[in-house]
Ligand binder design. Structure first.
Ligand code: URP
Ligand code: ZN
Ligand code: ZN
Ligand code: ZN
Length: 469
């Protein structure tokens, strides 16, 4: 073997392998066995070996809500690597009137020269004409599409186009993802709030009640049920939303869902935090503005329960970073002008390990399922990424449970003027990260080259032929 990793506890979704060595050759996992010999031996005594993280919901280098995200592919990838993530799926937004084929070529081009880890795209459906392009997009390696039922007059599509999209996706064997919130009613509540001068960050949450998420999930799941089509609910934020997910799963709908760290660690109280900067004291909460918004304690608890029970399938970051100064501050006098989105590509796995596995006893197998294995299976990377098994890409992380640190803007690797998790203490994290067998991070040092990340050709996933778990 070119490389052999010895003495690690190898974590897979099915169990933890003790006393098994991992042999790597030509960028792939070539052997899982005992007594392997290799040109390079890595001793991982006292550490875990996990598959590299797969973050299936990111917005790097994206113009969103009238602003350019703070992170591009390179800075986002540095954060991803430091947090143990080796693959991500970004959203490919077409410009108004642009074809999806054109948009995809533009996005692949844009990522190509900057990429440090492997990446793919979900295509965002904005127009009925996009549906005709889907067979060609599949040939270009796209096996998932996204619809927005929120952001009225911007990204929101109508019920008919949503139905036709899910119908077409089913015919082609690909997954429809949906941002499920009632955008029409949110738009009305936002206009009403601003007219009353209710302009502080908290009103972002007050104008997007959890009922609007639950109702929209119910609607989307109804469409999926009528069509017997697969559906993936993005960034689930509420208990009521989760109840709709459970109801739909129980009735046999092919439905998966993800939540994100922000919904597991914060509540709408964080929108009322007080800052120290002059003139911005009441605006600190803008850092926590994302859509759907942060909810209440009971929602947060329900989402944690969902991670344990398996009703939530995936943890993604929805990384969409905007600086506090100069970007979030656009909404100083009107919360509806605060760009919506929070960071998380760097902290996603670190937080889930310490606060999930260490503190709450989330099984390590589920940690790996939520972060790597299920995302790969749902999004067409099965057999390639997301698992420590022979034949898979050698995207692996030596995870040291002894690492101790406090998260801070001063030590993160993304390009952002604040850290959402400032002051959070964690234990455990990546000591070494390999991408296709190459060491790209070791003991805090990066060994990366631009354009080393590859565009991932994803096929329609075989999981869609099976009933939901
Ligand atoms: O606030 C968020 N989540 N911004 C990113 C776009 C989206 O809706 O996922
Ligand atoms: Zn969304
Ligand atoms: Zn319902
Ligand atoms: Zn998003």
């Amino acid at each position: 073997m070119e490389t052999v990793i010895k003495n690690a506890r190898v974590v897979t979704g099915d169990g933890i392998l003790e006393g098994i060595e991992v042999g790597i050759e030509n960028g792939k996992i070539a052997a899982l066995d005992k007594n392997l010999s290799g040109q390079k031996i890595i001793d991982a005594q006292g550490k875990y070996l996990i598959p590299g993280g797969i973050d299936v919901h990111t917005h790097l280098d994206t113009f969103f809500g009238g602003m350019q995200t703070a992170d591009d592919f390179t800075s986002g990838h540095l954060g991803a690597i430091a947090g143990g993530t080796t693959t991500h799926l970004n959203f490919c937004f077409p410009e108004r009137g642009q074809s999806l084929i054109e948009a995809l070529s533009y996005w692949i081009n844009k990522a190509h020269g900057d990429a440090l880890i492997d990446y793919g795209f979900h295509a965002v459906i904005q127009d009925e004409s996009h549906l005709q392009e889907l067979p060609q997009l599949i040939e270009m390696g796209i096996s998932s599409i996204k619809c927005f039922l929120a952001y009225k007059d911007k990204l929101q599509i109508n019920d008919e186009l949503f139905y036709k999209t899910v119908e077409k996706a089913k015919e082609l064997g690909i997954v429809t993802m949906v941002h499920a919130e009632n955008g029409t009613l949110i738009d009305y509540l936002v206009r009403k709030a601003v007219a009353h001068q209710w302009i502080s960050p908290l009103f972002h949450a007050k104008t997007r009640p959890p009922e609007f998420e639950a109702q929209s999930i119910h609607f989307a799941a109804t469409v999926a049920s009528v069509l017997r089509a697969p559906l993936y609910i993005v960034h689930l934020s509420s208990k009521q939303g989760l109840e709709e997910v459970i109801r739909a799963k129980r009735s046999g709908t092919f439905l998966w869902t993800e939540t994100c760290p922000q919904y597991l660690f914060f509540t709408e109280k964080d929108l009322q935090r007080k800052g120290k900067s002059a003139g911005l004291e009441d605006f600190e909460g803008a850092k926590w503005i994302c859509s759907p918004p942060l909810r209440k304690e009971e929602d947060r608890n329900a989402l944690w329960d969902g991670l344990f029970s398996g009703t939530i399938d995936v943890v993604s970051s929805d990384h969409c970073s905007f600086h506090f100064i100069g970007q979030k501050t656009r909404g100083l006098k009107d919360f509806s002008k605060i760009p919506s989105g929070v960071p998380g590509i760097e902290e996603r796995m670190i937080l889930l390990f310490y606060y999930g596995c260490m503190k709450r006893k989330l099984p390590l197998e589920r940690f790996v399922l939520l972060n790597s294995e299920l995302p790969a299976r749902i999004f067409g990377l099965d057999g390639i990424k997301g698992k420590i098994a022979v034949g898979y890409d050698a995207d692996v992380v030596i995870w040291d449970p002894q690492i101790k640190k406090t998260l801070s803007v001063h030590s993160h690797h993304i390009r952002l003027d604040y850290n959402l998790y400032e002051g959070f203490y964690i234990e455990g994290g990546p000591e070494m990260v390999m991408l296709r067998g190459q060491i790209i991070y070791n003991n805090g040092q990066f060994y990366v080259k631009k354009a080393n990340g590859q565009f991932l050709f994803r096929s329609p996933p075989s999981i869609l032929n099976c009933p939901t778990p």
